[in-house]
Design a protein around this ligand. Sequence first.
Ligand code: PXP
Length: 245
Amino acid sequence: MIKLGVNIDHVATVRQARKAAEPDPVQAAAVAELAGADTITVHLREDRRHINERDVRILRKTIRTKLNLEMSIALGIVKIACAVKPDQATLVPEKRKELTTEGGLDVVGSERKIKRVVKRLKSAGITVSLFIDPDTKQIEAASRARAEFIELHTGCYANAKKEKDKQKQLSLLAEAAFFAHTLGLRVNAGHGLNYCNTQALIEKVPHLEELNIGHSIVSRAVIVGLGRAVREMKGLINKKNRDKQ
Ligand code: PXP
């Protein structure tokens, strides 16, 4: 059974738009777990644009499933991870100006540094996953770095417009998953997955253990939840109108 990791970063994005207390990602995590999420994923970015340290520390105490912390390999973040001890750390590249994670980690280019970070996280009891493009050289480097998991970057598949390009990306992902599995790596996937493109991925790509999905789920929550939120406020106002008459 392929599992679902729900990325709740964008709940915190809405909170930070007002620098307010709500919506609280801690509450969102509990709702997601009750609805069947197998993992709660958050990205503690160096610029703290959405999730902050308070969130990660409380989530560590409240999550009943599994906490997956997406993180860069910056020393300060690695220290926090070793102290908080999420169940899993997913190492991602991070650029200040990007809107979201762009592309996979260059494990080949920073192999020694990544190896050191993997070792440090693993010795703190944290399972390590590397977010990489479906690229043979990156997969081999992830294996040499002794990561337990890779998370295949599905962004190019999700962004492909033409059917033949989608099929090409699916083939690349399928070959990458197969190759990683032969090297003993376990395989997750994520980025840009939504209500239209997830089933085809599951059909074509072997060995997937978990999908990490954020933007599409939080977006859908806003749309399917908005009617109820408006009805509740309208009800409060109507009650006061009646009381005043
Ligand atoms: N996996 C990784 C490594 C990510 O960085 C992200 C985005 O934070 C996701 C999965 C989820 O992507 P999306 O929000 O597009 O579903």
